[in-house]
Design a protein around this ligand. Sequence first.
Ligand SMILES: Nc1ncnc2c1ncn2[C@@H]1O[C@H](COP(=O)(O)OP(=O)(O)OP(=O)(O)O)[C@@H](O)[C@H]1O
Length: 244
Amino acid sequence: MATLTTDGLTKSFGGLRAVQDVSFVARPGRILSIIGPNGAGKTTVFNLLTGFIAPDTGSVRLGDMNLAKLSPEDRCRAGLARTFQVVQPFRGLSVLDNVVMGAMLRTSSIAEAREAAASVLDELGMSRLKDMRAGSLPIGDRKRLEMAKVLATRPSVLLLDEVMGGLIPIEVQRMISFIHGLRDRGLAVVVIEHHMSAVMRLSDEVLVLQNGQPIAHGSPQEIGRDPKVLSAYLGPNFQVDGGH
Ligand SMILES: Nc1ncnc2c1ncn2[C@@H]1O[C@H](COP(=O)(O)OP(=O)(O)OP(=O)(O)O)[C@@H](O)[C@H]1O
């Protein structure tokens, strides 16, 4: 398992500083959530981590490997994998075959990939859906499928982009328990999430961005009481225990 370290990440689009001097460490066995208002720079941070865009300055390291020159696919091969906010399965393929596509990163044997994919679906409680067409799944199952595809690549660092969006409360609770299980297996997990009560229950630490800049970093309880965060994002009536 590896530690993901960012140092001074900065990215502008034209005159807009989308991300400015963002540094954090995502450690094995920990869940770090990145929160902040729309446009705060969260997705841009994920794009910088995964190599979809290059930073103006700053570095990303996985263990002691500098990722600067690696493509998104090579970063995934190195163990850094992400889900997308808008989930896009191969709609015409079965659920199982979608997950096989992820598993093929680690093996050239279709039989082995199918076995690995079936085992990930089992872990996620999705085995009974394996022959369904991915395009026919409701949003909650599509989010779990996205997670399954990514887990089949066997990451050591997992980046989750709004995996709670569109889920009903019982599915949110199940997803939280599942992510806790991944953390307990030693994965480093970084989460972008707007669902605040989920963030409070899920996270070991929270980084808050506003206009691309870090404004706070601490435990969920510290963040939920921080006047800067209440004013920038959570609102004055936020309850640390219940979220909203
Ligand atoms: N490729 C791009 N070209 C130009 N501007 C961009 C690009 N990507 C993002 N931006 C801008 O950078 C800023 C940060 O956007 P980003 O999507 O990272 O925010 P976010 O915190 O993920 O927002 P949300 O919560 O709405 O997903 C926004 O002002 C956005 O319009």
